[in-house]
Design a protein around this ligand. Structure first.
Ligand code: SIN
Length: 181
Protein backbone atom coordinates (compact mmCIF):
# COMPACT_ATOMS: atom_id res chain seq x y z
CA UNK A 1 0.00 0.00 0.00
CA UNK A 2 2.69 2.50 0.99
CA UNK A 3 2.54 5.90 2.70
CA UNK A 4 2.94 9.39 1.30
CA UNK A 5 5.43 11.76 2.93
CA UNK A 6 5.58 15.44 2.01
CA UNK A 7 9.09 16.94 1.88
CA UNK A 8 9.62 20.71 1.94
CA UNK A 9 13.25 21.09 3.10
CA UNK A 10 16.22 18.78 2.73
CA UNK A 11 13.83 15.94 2.00
CA UNK A 12 13.21 17.59 -1.39
CA UNK A 13 16.80 17.48 -2.56
CA UNK A 14 18.47 14.86 -0.36
CA UNK A 15 16.30 11.76 -0.29
CA UNK A 16 18.61 9.20 1.34
CA UNK A 17 15.89 6.55 1.57
CA UNK A 18 14.14 4.21 -0.84
CA UNK A 19 10.87 5.39 -2.38
CA UNK A 20 8.46 4.04 -4.97
CA UNK A 21 7.44 7.41 -6.39
CA UNK A 22 8.54 11.04 -6.15
CA UNK A 23 6.24 13.74 -7.44
CA UNK A 24 5.74 17.52 -7.00
CA UNK A 25 3.12 18.21 -4.33
CA UNK A 26 1.54 21.08 -2.44
CA UNK A 27 0.03 21.44 1.01
CA UNK A 28 -2.30 24.21 2.21
CA UNK A 29 -2.32 26.26 5.40
CA UNK A 30 1.44 26.08 5.98
CA UNK A 31 4.41 28.22 5.02
CA UNK A 32 8.14 27.42 5.05
CA UNK A 33 10.40 29.33 7.47
CA UNK A 34 14.09 29.07 8.48
CA UNK A 35 13.03 29.09 12.12
CA UNK A 36 14.28 25.72 13.34
CA UNK A 37 17.66 25.17 15.00
CA UNK A 38 19.87 22.38 13.69
CA UNK A 39 22.25 20.89 16.27
CA UNK A 40 22.86 17.69 14.35
CA UNK A 41 23.01 18.44 10.60
CA UNK A 42 23.85 22.07 9.75
CA UNK A 43 25.17 23.18 13.12
CA UNK A 44 26.47 21.76 16.40
CA UNK A 45 24.98 21.80 19.92
CA UNK A 46 26.68 25.02 21.03
CA UNK A 47 26.25 26.70 17.62
CA UNK A 48 23.09 25.39 15.96
CA UNK A 49 22.39 26.23 12.33
CA UNK A 50 19.03 27.37 10.89
CA UNK A 51 16.87 25.03 8.85
CA UNK A 52 13.27 25.02 7.73
CA UNK A 53 10.10 24.14 9.52
CA UNK A 54 6.48 24.88 8.62
CA UNK A 55 4.41 27.55 10.32
CA UNK A 56 0.60 27.53 10.09
CA UNK A 57 -0.74 30.42 7.99
CA UNK A 58 -4.30 30.39 6.68
CA UNK A 59 -4.46 30.81 2.87
CA UNK A 60 -0.75 30.07 2.36
CA UNK A 61 0.46 27.09 0.36
CA UNK A 62 3.76 25.27 0.52
CA UNK A 63 5.21 23.52 -2.52
CA UNK A 64 7.47 20.51 -2.18
CA UNK A 65 7.52 16.87 -3.18
CA UNK A 66 5.59 13.79 -2.19
CA UNK A 67 7.35 10.45 -1.72
CA UNK A 68 5.56 7.13 -1.68
CA UNK A 69 7.44 5.02 0.83
CA UNK A 70 7.15 1.71 2.67
CA UNK A 71 6.22 1.72 6.36
CA UNK A 72 9.72 0.73 7.52
CA UNK A 73 11.29 3.87 5.98
CA UNK A 74 9.72 5.86 8.84
CA UNK A 75 12.36 4.43 11.19
CA UNK A 76 15.04 6.14 9.12
CA UNK A 77 13.05 9.37 8.70
CA UNK A 78 12.23 9.61 12.42
CA UNK A 79 15.95 9.32 13.16
CA UNK A 80 16.94 11.85 10.50
CA UNK A 81 14.31 14.37 11.67
CA UNK A 82 14.74 13.72 15.40
CA UNK A 83 15.92 17.20 16.35
CA UNK A 84 12.49 18.62 17.13
CA UNK A 85 10.35 17.38 14.23
CA UNK A 86 7.15 15.42 14.71
CA UNK A 87 4.89 13.74 12.19
CA UNK A 88 1.66 15.52 11.22
CA UNK A 89 -1.12 14.21 9.05
CA UNK A 90 -1.59 16.37 5.99
CA UNK A 91 -3.42 16.39 2.67
CA UNK A 92 -1.03 16.34 -0.28
CA UNK A 93 -2.22 17.86 -3.54
CA UNK A 94 -0.74 16.62 -6.80
CA UNK A 95 -1.38 18.03 -10.27
CA UNK A 96 -4.62 16.13 -10.73
CA UNK A 97 -5.45 14.35 -7.48
CA UNK A 98 -4.84 14.46 -3.73
CA UNK A 99 -4.19 12.04 -0.90
CA UNK A 100 -3.50 11.85 2.82
CA UNK A 101 0.08 11.66 3.99
CA UNK A 102 2.44 12.90 6.67
CA UNK A 103 4.87 15.77 6.98
CA UNK A 104 7.64 16.35 9.53
CA UNK A 105 7.08 19.67 11.32
CA UNK A 106 9.16 21.24 14.09
CA UNK A 107 6.54 22.99 16.26
CA UNK A 108 7.13 26.19 18.22
CA UNK A 109 7.43 24.36 21.53
CA UNK A 110 10.29 22.05 20.48
CA UNK A 111 13.64 22.43 22.26
CA UNK A 112 15.49 23.49 19.07
CA UNK A 113 13.00 26.11 17.82
CA UNK A 114 14.66 29.47 17.13
CA UNK A 115 11.77 31.45 15.67
CA UNK A 116 11.85 34.63 13.64
CA UNK A 117 14.77 37.07 13.43
CA UNK A 118 15.56 39.96 11.09
CA UNK A 119 16.40 38.61 7.61
CA UNK A 120 19.99 39.90 7.61
CA UNK A 121 20.61 38.21 10.98
CA UNK A 122 19.18 34.95 9.69
CA UNK A 123 21.33 35.20 6.56
CA UNK A 124 24.50 35.84 8.61
CA UNK A 125 23.61 32.94 10.89
CA UNK A 126 23.13 30.58 7.93
CA UNK A 127 26.29 31.88 6.29
CA UNK A 128 28.54 31.08 9.26
CA UNK A 129 27.02 27.79 10.49
CA UNK A 130 28.48 24.35 9.79
CA UNK A 131 27.53 20.87 11.03
CA UNK A 132 28.11 17.18 10.35
CA UNK A 133 26.02 17.35 7.14
CA UNK A 134 27.99 20.33 5.82
CA UNK A 135 27.62 24.10 5.54
CA UNK A 136 24.28 25.60 6.44
CA UNK A 137 24.68 27.81 3.38
CA UNK A 138 24.61 24.74 1.11
CA UNK A 139 21.33 23.61 2.68
CA UNK A 140 19.80 26.96 1.73
CA UNK A 141 21.28 27.07 -1.78
CA UNK A 142 20.27 23.46 -2.51
CA UNK A 143 16.75 24.18 -1.29
CA UNK A 144 16.44 27.35 -3.41
CA UNK A 145 17.69 25.46 -6.47
CA UNK A 146 15.28 22.57 -5.85
CA UNK A 147 12.38 25.04 -5.51
CA UNK A 148 13.33 26.68 -8.82
CA UNK A 149 13.33 23.26 -10.45
CA UNK A 150 9.81 22.73 -9.07
CA UNK A 151 8.79 26.16 -10.35
CA UNK A 152 7.80 26.99 -6.79
CA UNK A 153 7.74 30.54 -5.50
CA UNK A 154 8.98 31.16 -1.97
CA UNK A 155 9.94 34.79 -1.23
CA UNK A 156 11.31 33.88 2.23
CA UNK A 157 13.77 31.33 0.83
CA UNK A 158 14.76 33.35 -2.25
CA UNK A 159 15.35 36.51 -0.22
CA UNK A 160 17.60 34.63 2.21
CA UNK A 161 19.41 33.05 -0.74
CA UNK A 162 20.12 36.49 -2.21
CA UNK A 163 21.45 37.79 1.12
CA UNK A 164 23.63 34.73 1.74
CA UNK A 165 25.06 34.84 -1.79
CA UNK A 166 25.97 38.46 -1.26
CA UNK A 167 27.71 37.65 2.06
CA UNK A 168 29.53 34.78 0.36
CA UNK A 169 30.74 36.92 -2.53
CA UNK A 170 32.02 39.55 -0.06
CA UNK A 171 33.99 36.99 1.97
CA UNK A 172 35.29 35.27 -1.17
CA UNK A 173 36.33 38.49 -2.94
CA UNK A 174 39.85 38.92 -1.41
CA UNK A 175 40.87 35.38 -2.39
CA UNK A 176 39.41 35.72 -5.86
CA UNK A 177 41.53 38.82 -6.30
CA UNK A 178 44.69 37.08 -5.10
CA UNK A 179 44.23 34.03 -7.30
CA UNK A 180 43.61 36.33 -10.25
CA UNK A 181 47.12 37.73 -10.03
C1 SIN B 1 11.61 18.28 5.20
O1 SIN B 1 12.53 18.41 4.38
O2 SIN B 1 10.47 17.94 4.80
C2 SIN B 1 11.82 18.50 6.65
C3 SIN B 1 12.86 19.48 7.00
C4 SIN B 1 14.26 19.08 6.62
O3 SIN B 1 14.66 17.94 6.86
O4 SIN B 1 15.00 19.91 6.07
Amino acid sequence: MGHWVFGYGSLIWRPDFPFRERTPARIRGWTRRFWQGSHDHRGVPNAPGRVVTLVPVVDEVCDGVGYLIEEDVFTHLDEREKNGYVRHDVRLEFADTDTLGVVYIAPRDNHAFLGAAPRDEMAAHIHRSVGPSGRNLDYLLELAQALRELDADDPHVFDLERRVRSLESRTKAPNAKLSGR
